[in-house]
Design a protein. Structure first.
Length: 255
C-alpha cells in the first residue's frame, strides 16, 4: 500500500467534515442490481464510513474495514450501532466469512493490483455482488477550474489520481469496470452514473482539498501557500460537480 493511501488518517475529522457523502439513490442502484436483499456486506477502505452508514441505515449488516485507526475511530462516531469494524488493509483480509456484497467507496485504487480480483472473489459468496463507488469532486465553472489549476501549478501539476490501468478519460467503460470485464472471477459488469451537484463555500472547498492525498503529502509550508493562492482566486461560493460513478459486477458461480 502506497504512502498516499495511508495519508488520510492524519485528516480524519476534516475528511468527515468536508468530503461529500453518497446520494440515497446509490442504495437503490445496488439493491436493484443484486435482485434481492443483501444479507451481509463488507466495506474495503471504509474511511469515516460515509458509504457504510448509507447501507447500515437501510438495515444491511455491514463490516467496515480500514488500515487506519484514526479513520475507524471517526467512523465509529457516525455509523449505526451494530456495524462491525476491523483494522485491516484489503491485502490483509483472509478468506473465511463470505459476504453477499463487497464494496469500496473511493478506495479501490489504493489496493494492490496483483491478485486483486481473486482476493475479492474469495470474500464473496458465489453470485455475490462487488460494487465500487467514486464521487470525484470538480469545479463546475471551467474558468474557476483553470484559475485553481494555475494557482496550484508551482506546487502540483495535478491533484488527480490517475486511472490505475491507464483507461483514458471519456472511454465508455472506466476503471475498475475495465479490469472487471477482463477478470475470470466476475461477469455482468455494469457502469452507471448518479448525477448531482453541490454548492460549497470557498473555505469548505479548500477544506475538501486538504483531504486530498496530493495536498496532504506536500510539505507544510507549501501546503499552506497553495491553499492561500487557491483561496485568492475562488469566488465566495463555488458550484461543484459531484456525480457518483458506480461499477457493479457479480461473482461468477463457476469461477
Amino acid at each position: 500500500m502506497s504512502v498516499r493511501a495511508l495519508s488520510f488518517g492524519t485528516m480524519a475529522e476534516a475528511y468527515e467534515r468536508f468530503r461529500p457523502g453518497y446520494p440515497v439513490e446509490l442504495f437503490d442502484v445496488v439493491l436493484a442490481y443484486a435482485g434481492q436483499p443483501v444479507s451481509s456486506a463488507l466495506e474495503i477502505g471504509a474511511g469515516t464510513g460515509k458509504a457504510t452508514r448509507l447501507l447500515a441505515r437501510r438495515g444491511v449488516p455491514v463490516t467496515a474495514t480500514d488500515p487506519d485507526a484514526a479513520m475507524l475511530a471517526e467512523l465509529r462516531k457516525h455509523v449505526p450501532p451494530g456495524v462491525r469494524t476491523a483494522r485491516a488493509a484489503f491485502e490483509e483480509l483472509r478468506p473465511g466469512e463470505r459476504y453477499g456484497l463487497v464494496y469500496a467507496a473511493s478506495a479501490l485504487h489504493w489496493t494492490e493490483p496483483a491478485g486483486r480480483w481473486a482476493r475479492m472473489a474469495g470474500l464473496l459468496e458465489p453470485g455475490g455482488v462487488f460494487a465500487s463507488f467514486a464521487r470525484p469532486v470538480g469545479l463546475a465553472d471551467p474558468a474557476v477550474e483553470e484559475a485553481v489549476r494555475a494557482a496550484r501549478a508551482p506546487f502540483l501539476e495535478s491533484d488527480d489520481v490517475p486511472s490505475p490501468d491507464g483507461t483514458p478519460e471519456g472511454h465508455p467503460m472506466q476503471w475498475p469496470g475495465t479490469e472487471l470485464q477482463r477478470s475470470e472471477w466476475f461477469d455482468g459488469v455494469q457502469q452507471s452514473v448518479i448525477e448531482s451537484s453541490l454548492t460549497m463555500s470557498a473555505n469548505d472547498f479548500v477544506g475538501y482539498l486538504s483531504t486530498v492525498s496530493a495536498y496532504i503529502l506536500l510539505p507544510r509550508p507549501q501546503q499552506a501557500e497553495v491553499f492561500r493562492r487557491i483561496l485568492r482566486v475562488l469566488p465566495e461560493t463555488v458550484e461543484i460537480s459531484a456525480a457518483t460513478v458506480v461499477h457493479l459486477a457479480r461473482r461468477r458461480y463457476d469461477g
